[in-house]
Each structure stands twice: as structure tokens, then as C-alpha cells.
Ligand binder design. Sequence first.
Ligand SMILES: [Zn+2]
Length: 151
Amino acid sequence: MKLNIHLAPLMLYWMNGHHGSHPVGGINYPRTLQEFDQWFATEQACLDCLQRLRWPDGFVCPKCKGRKAWQMSSGLIRCVECHNDVSVVAGTIFHGTRKPLKLWFQAAWYVTSQKLGGSTLGLKRVLGLNSHQTAWSWLHKMCRAMVRPER
Ligand SMILES: [Zn+2]
């Protein structure tokens, strides 16, 4: 299993299904583990990151194309025009997960920073997951997302 991919293109891939323009280290994606920890210290920080990746030019309502929105409770955005609630993670591999986003981000970081893509055992150890099966299903899900993004 070879996954020589950087974190930022990976996440763009998850969110948009394409790589976008050349991401810049330190601006578009963290370069070091220390930088990573500072950037994604909270769930809200992870959500903000996904939101920026999803709507790089600002929010657009999928229903009415309205551009104004209220920030609701974490992860939910409400369109001012049609009152449609939009979930930041809907349609991505994060949708319906019971694990914190932070853990997913750490998993992505681990997988993308390992030369050979990392192993199930390594992922299990790094994230403190208690089940080998969970670690394996995460790896599998991320591999699939890199090949064919879920929409
Ligand atoms: Zn709307």
C-alpha cells in the first residue's frame, strides 16, 4: 500500500475530488507535527479547515446559491435566504463518524507523513485506537477516498 501524498492535496481530494492549485507548505498545509498540532488543536479548528476547503471563496448555499449564512452549533451552517441547514462534513468521508475530526486529521497526517503510507498497527498506536479492526477500516476508508472521493 503506497500513499506518498501530502496532507493538503489529500484533504482537497476528500472535499472536492480534485487537487486544486499547488498548495503551499505553512499556508495551505502544516509542514511539521508541531505546526499540525497548533493548527488543529480543537474540533472547531478542524471544522474551519474543512469549511475553507469546501468553500474557498466563501459559503454558497447548495439549495438557493445564497452566499450569506449563520454559523450554527459546531459543523452546521444556516443559509440566511432559505434557512437551509448545511453540514460542513455532509458528503465527505467524515459524515456520520462518531470519532472526533481531530482524530481523523491525525490519522491523515500519520498516513501521509509515512513514506510507505503507514500500517494498521502504526495507526492504531499513534491514535490510541483500541481495536485493530477500527484502525484497519480507517486506513481502508482513506485509501478509497484518495482513489475515488465519496460525494
Ligand atoms: Zn439557501
